[in-house]
Design a protein around this ligand. Structure first.
Ligand code: OMD
Ligand code: FE2
Length: 437
């Protein structure tokens, strides 16, 4: 039987993998069915307002206290947390990277995560980190949870099977998954090696952006978000649970799998989303709108309209704007923009920004189409054009993004990125027509 999901964003779901395992009418019966233990997992303070109050009730073979023995410190040196300042000497600049190579040595998900940037402060529960991952082996008896934030996974190559406490999620490139803070999970490869991007959100959870005058439909529609049905493994053999907690890693050895939730109900749960179900709304007469029209998920910061993180995509779409420079305009931004490319080409950078690669346009640093893209767009015949077979994305944050030493020193860093604007020539010649040759 394939993996099954329940549709909806932030619903109050209920699911059981054995008949009658989920109590009805109450959360904490004296003796739950099947001898299960009842346990609450709180994703918000008890007293959070209804709209942001998140918790689930899990009915499991063992309570979570049995899934942690004594902890000991362990290191994953390539996974960094904010604040992580001053560990490299690369000067400020607009930056771009080639794809992280797939590893030769056996590497699992935890070892394959390499942090590119950190922003804000994990302990202050504000900010984020951007990571790239590449790995070639599945976690077998190892499990993990991240107390520092929820994880947004964006595969670029290779499918992932995310076995979580609350069910199994399978994602391919073009899909994303969100694993809530504290959720225990294991990552398996579905076929070959995997590469992709991950955003770690230290702040308030991702939610759907308000649509304002767009109305009740389009952009990311709630029914296209999928939460897995309950699934468990009753596995008794030596296992390890790794934990990331305030930027440090710890491990505890247990004699069984912690993925033992037979039934659950609630609204704190992992989910996936297929980016091809995003219904973009854009310019149908003239001008290039702000990229916020392509926001899939937003993680608010407490200040209205000022996201801790916006997750934005640049999906296939028609370009029809008249008398308009159609690609992104030149830009300086108080928000900091980390971009990746899942497939195809990005219209502002047809060369150099390749699938699996990344770019960083940090707070107030100018960016925009390269000279080739500018030339092409200013000379283009403005008939309807479809941007096809493409999917770029952006993790945009209100906080400046600080490079890790890995990002600053890796061989994949392009040393000539800023040359892409070299050939933008002066067009001003004192005449109203300008020099558009
Ligand atoms: O290409 C970028 O860096 C992101 C971006 C996209 C867009 O549509 C408008 C401005 C902008 O910076
Ligand atoms: Fe920008």
């Amino acid at each position: 039987m394939g993996v099954q999901y329940m549709p909806g964003f932030g619903n109050d779901f209920e699911t059981e993998s054995l008949p009658g395992a989920l109590p009805q009418g109450q959360n904490s019966p004296q003796r739950p069915a099947y001898g299960l233990y009842a346990e609450q997992l709180s994703g918000s303070p008890f007293t959070a307002p209804r709209g942001t109050n998140e918790r689930s009730w899990l009915y499991r073979i063992r309570p979570s206290v049995k899934h942690t023995g004594r902890f000991s410190a362990v290191r994953f040196d390539s996974w960094k947390s904010a604040p992580n300042l001053g560990d490299h000497e690369l000067a400020l600049g607009q930056l771009r990277w080639n794809p992280m190579p797939l590893p030769n040595a056996e590497t699992d998900f935890l070892a394959g995560v390499h942090t590119m940037t950190t922003a804000g402060d994990a302990q202050g529960q504000a900010g984020m980190a951007t990571h790239v991952y590449a790995f070639n082996s599945s976690m077998v008896d190892d499990y993990f949870f991240n107390a520092d934030g929820e994880l947004l996974l964006v595969p670029q190559e290779g499918g992932l099977r995310l076995k979580t406490e609350m069910g199994i999620i399978e994602i391919q490139p073009g899909e994303i998954a969100i694993l809530p803070r504290g959720m225990i999970f294991q990552v398996e490869l579905m076929s070959g090696p995997a590469r992709g991007y991950m955003c770690e959100n230290y702040g308030a959870k991702f939610t759907l952006p308000d649509r304002g005058p767009i109305g009740a439909n389009c952009l990311a529609n709630p029914r296209d978000f999928k939460t897995p049905v309950a699934w468990y493994e009753d596995k008794e053999r030596p296992c390890r649970l790794f934990v990331k907690w305030c930027g440090q890693f710890h491990v505890t050895e247990i004699g069984h799998s912690p993925l033992d939730v037979v039934a659950w109900h609630g609204n704190y749960a992992p989910y996936k989303y297929d980016l091809s179900t995003y219904s973009p709304v854009g310019a149908i007469l003239f001008d290039h709108p702000d990229p916020s029209i392509f926001t899939v998920l937003t993680a608010p910061s407490g200040e209205e309209g000022t996201a801790n993180i916006d997750f934005v995509i640049f999906p296939p779409r028609w370009m029809v704007a008249e008398h308009t420079f159609r690609p992104p305009w030149y830009h300086r931004n108080i928000m900091s923009e980390f971009m990746g490319l899942i497939k195809g080409q990005y219209d502002a950078k047809e060369e150099g920004f390749v699938p699996g690669g990344a770019s960083l346009h940090n707070m107030m640093l100018p960016h925009g189409p390269d000279a080739f893209g500018f030339d092409k767009a200013t000379k283009a015949e403005l008939k309807p054009v479809k941007l096809e077979d493409t999917m770029a994305f952006m993790f945009e944050t209100r906080f400046p993004q600080h490079l890790t030493r890995y990002a600053a020193e890796t061989d994949t860093l392009q040393d000539n990125y800023i040359d892409c604007w070299n050939d933008l020539k002066k067009r001003f010649n004192g005449t109203p027509e300008g020099d558009w040759s």
